[in-house]
Design a protein around this ligand. Structure first.
Ligand code: E85
Length: 232
């Protein structure tokens, strides 16, 4: 997160850190007791290794009450996701067991009505992604508030040049923005997850390249069917 600030500890009890060998790779969030939603691009460069999911954390390294690392039973990328574009950039992770819910570990509701969030709505995004252009990785969760920008503005030829589909949304990226390691985290508007951070052009903090999110509402049927089919 660029241009943001350290989050108040445990006010986002749905936040997940997707880790490989104890290293934070991507964000994600708890959508059901044994399901985390993240971004399919997070599995690139992991050469088939399975993530572990850290829940209940504020600091990535310090011992904290209710902080727990979960093994993943299954990683299910959306069938339409691919390495060449940002389409269908969603990943469902089934935990090996139901997460123990408590004051620091809670599910975040996601938007089920497929209607665009109005431009200028101020939403919030949090993550353990880099907090400087030099790539400094924070130990604590950071957050930032960002206004939604219209798809027309985001699709302008000097911005994302008509690559933003109706299944994506954008927020202003002037100075305050998402960055490396924030992929997979939720864009929260009025307490509801509306989008999932996608890297897009990978540029951070440049107003010419607004932040891009996969909208969740268009994928409700897929999410529900995967969770229903794999229910233990
Ligand atoms: N703001 C959109 C967004 C959301 C999520 C991730 C990303 N960026 C990245 N995702 N993956 C990456 N691998 C290497 N470098 C990256 N960006 C980068 C790194 C240092 C300085 C800088 O200005 C940009 C990214 C960008």
């Amino acid at each position: 997160i660029l241009g943001g600030y350290e989050a108040k500890p445990h006010l986002r009890p749905y936040m997940a850190s997707l880790q490989l060998d104890g290293q934070h790779v991507c964000g994600g969030f708890l959508i059901a007791e044994e399901w985390v939603l993240s971004a399919a691009h997070c599995t690139e460069e992991t050469d088939g290794k399975v993530f572990q999911v850290l829940l209940g954390a504020h600091s990535l390294t310090e011992p904290e009450p209710h902080k727990r690392l979960y093994r993943v039973r299954a990683q299910i990328p959306h069938p339409g996701s691919n390495i060449h574009n940002n389409k269908d950039d969603l990943l469902l992770l089934q935990l090996e067991e139901k997460a123990e819910l408590n004051v620091h570990v809670q599910v975040l509701p996601f938007q089920r009505e497929d209607r665009d969030v109005a431009a200028d709505t101020v939403c919030e995004v949090a993550g353990w992604g880099t907090i400087s252009h030099s790539g400094h990785r924070p130990d604590k969760l950071y957050q930032v508030e960002r206004p939604v920008i219209s798809r027309d503005v985001c699709n302008h030829r000097t911005r994302h040049d008509h690559t933003i589909t109706e299944k994506m949304m954008c927020t202003d990226s002037r100075r305050k923005d998402t960055c490396k390691g924030d992929s997979g985290g939720p864009l929260v508007c009025n307490g509801v997850a509306e989008g999932v951070v996608t890297a897009g052009s990978r540029v951070c903090g440049n107003y010419k390249k607004p932040a891009i999110y996969t909208r969740i509402a268009p994928y409700v049927a897929w999410i529900d069917s995967v969770m229903a089919s794999a229910a233990v």
